[in-house]
Design a protein around this ligand. Sequence first.
Ligand code: PSU
Ligand code: MN
Length: 298
Amino acid sequence: MPTLNYSPSVQTAKAANGALVALESTVISHGLPYPQNLTLAQEMEAVVTENGATPATIALIDGEIQIGLDAANLNTLATADDVVKVSRRDVAAVVARKRHGATTVASTMLFAHMAEIGVFATGGIGGVHRDSNWDVSADLIELAQTPVVVVCAGAKSILDLPATMEVLETYGVPVIGYQTDELPAFFTRESGIGLQIRADSIQDIADIVQTQRTLGLKSGILVTVPVPEDVAMDKKDADAAVEEAMAAAVAQGIHGKALTPFLLQKIGKLTGGESVETNLAFLKQNAAVAAQIAVALQ
Ligand code: PSU
Ligand code: MN
């Protein structure tokens, strides 16, 4: 086993068998602008705590795997310009070279599982990019093989959502709609894509998770929570910004790991910051739902 460096609060929670929620760090370093990213990271941790669980923000600091971050480390992730966006394929190189790395959904799941943390809150997962040859996020493949519950606001509308759902089905990943019949689409509550599993209570979700574990099914579980109504974006506005951002990415030849951060930043600019506000709101909501699930699983 690699060395996992636990923060004091995570160490204490683990020793007491307390509920834990993993949080990713790419959203901090590459997903949101400074200083909202730092405030958000602190607020997500506070929301997890308020809901009875202990937050464990995961990142690589000087190549060390950190499960739970102190204030200085959070600040580094929010401000440093030499933080690598680390998906599964990047892990070994960043650890070996002792660099700073921000974990995506895929690598956060990987490290959460190593640390025996079963629930993880994020904004949205990566998926199949539109009009691309094989730009399929490693998040989907990680969900196929790593038994961690990922709570998110669906997948970004910058993705090909029907294709993303097909890949999840192929890999046997249950997708649960929390109080919704429809896949939420990140900035908006609706996508037009129906879900097979709707759960109206936290206990119902916990029962499904527990059963999945008892059955020995090794895939992850995706819990999708629609963005709160009062901060959801108008679908027309969101779609227009997405289209324009996509066109800019094509024009500038942006692809690969740079694409998602580019699109998020561009959409933020195009909407005058509205998309960032929406993003912050559902990240906190997801942290609350994840903490409630973690507590119910105790
Ligand atoms: N959700 C957000 N902001 C983000 C991301 C998710 O609200 O920045 C990040 C996650 O870390 C996710 C990654 O794993 O985008 C997907 O990147 P890619 O499409 O390159 O796989
Ligand atoms: Mn990609």
